[in-house]
Design a protein around this ligand. Structure first.
Ligand SMILES: [Zn+2]
Length: 374
């Protein structure tokens, strides 16, 4: 097997999997063999070692091998090139509709995601391509459009303000308390009008979001249809909204846009303003532009990644909606992104190595391996 590594330092690591005994051996480029400390009796056929040819891919002098945490690849079968769902919710209502979910359905969505090994991650982690989740788990990004009151509602009680336990933030907080492995993350795509429906509490809500790891994203100042606007109009819709929320809370930065109605300008010279632009001297920049549907997306370092057209999975129980995709992952779990839990490594089955855009990876080693069960 040949390994390719990219990043600031060049490191070569070779791991041989001996099927059947589970022993793991790390081989340095100078042919020195370092037995895995947890393996009882590493057995390596000398002829196997000799067959391994390692060709330097850069002239840079290799540095000493770094000791990495051991991972049972046969057990975990990580694939950090696999699909990642960015789930689109709107509000919570009495009945399930195309765009809304009941409290009970939302809670059961979270439970099913958790039970199937998903962990909530932030949009920032998604764009960084780095997830602080356990080995074997799959990242999922939860998004909420339009700033409905049911996303974040304060109850005014005799003891002061309390977060409504049946609003999205209340439910996510409680779920995280019970299931810390799920993580706490969500991004709310807001318009300037009346986000979260309680104007007098908006600043307190924004600060709460920031303090608890939640994010806000841009959904245009007045939910404008961007296909109907010129360059100035698009920059006003996006830039004015960014400036508005920056005024309310400077800690929360809008760097991701959910396209209102899922519509993006069709004229090439206008598309650029969805990503970068300025309004009255206030500059904005979006690292992701989200569409409305209809399928899971891919990691940021995937060769097909397009930040201007990030797909989302709609919540719901219909075709191509969240429940449908979870059924699909039960049938075909190998489609999913599965974390190796290692901060500096990107583990990819050999047959998926062609998905990786090595230029998009800055500080991780790409590690290929042969899954037994594929
Ligand atoms: Zn919307």
């Amino acid at each position: 097997m040949k390994k390719k590594f990219v990043g600031g330092c060049l490191i070569w690591i070779l791991v041989i999997f001996l099927v059947g005994c589970g022993n793991e051996v790390v081989v340095k480029t100078n042919d020195e063999v370092i037995p895995d400390p947890i393996a009882e009796q590493p057995v390596v056929e000398e002829s196997v070692v000799e067959q391994l040819v390692i060709e330097p891919i850069e002239t840079e002098k290799p540095e000493e091998i770094e000791v990495v945490e051991e991972l049972d690849y046969e057990l975990v079968e990580p694939d950090e090139s696999g699909e990642i769902m960015i789930v689109m919710y709107h509000n919570l209502t009495e009945t399930n509709t195309t765009y809304s979910r009941t409290v009970e359905s939302f809670k059961s969505d979270l439970q099913r995601l958790y039970d199937m090994g998903f962990s909530a991650v932030s949009m920032k982690d998604y764009i960084d391509g780095s997830f602080d989740i356990e080995a074997g788990r799959t990242p999922v990004v939860l998004t909420f459009d339009d700033g409905h009151r049911s996303n974040f509602n304060y109850l005014e009680t005799e003891d002061g303000l309390e977060i409504d336990p049946d609003c999205v933030v209340g439910i996510l907080d409680a779920f995280y308390e019970e299931n810390p492995r799920f993580g706490r993350a969500a991004i709310f795509y807001l318009n300037a009008g009346n986000p979260f429906g309680q104007p007098k509490h908006i600043e307190k809500k924004l600060q709460y979001l920031f303090d608890h790891g939640y994010e806000i994203g841009n959904h245009a100042y007045n939910h404008e249809d961007l296909t109907k606007l010129d360059a100035e109009g698009i920059q006003r819709a996006i830039g004015k909204n960014t400036a508005h929320f920056n005024n309310l809370n400077q800690n929360l930065v809008m760097e991701s846009l959910a396209l209102p109605y899922g519509k993006s300008p069709q004229i090439d010279e206008l598309k650029t303003y969805v990503i970068n632009g300025q309004y009255e001297g206030f500059e904005y920049s979006n690292h992701t532009v989200l569409r409305v549907g209809w399928k899971p997306y891919i990691p940021v370092y995937h060769v097909d990644f397009n930040k201007s057209g990030v797909h989302r999975v709609q919540s719901g129980d219909g075709d191509m909606q969240l429940s449908w995709w979870l059924d699909e992952y039960e049938k075909n779990p190998q489609r999913r992104f599965v974390s190796d839990g290692l901060e500096n490594r990107l583990s990819v089955p050999t047959l998926h190595l062609n998905r990786i855009n090595v230029e998009a990876i800055l500080d991780k080693e790409v590690f290929e391996y042969e899954p037994v069960n594929y």
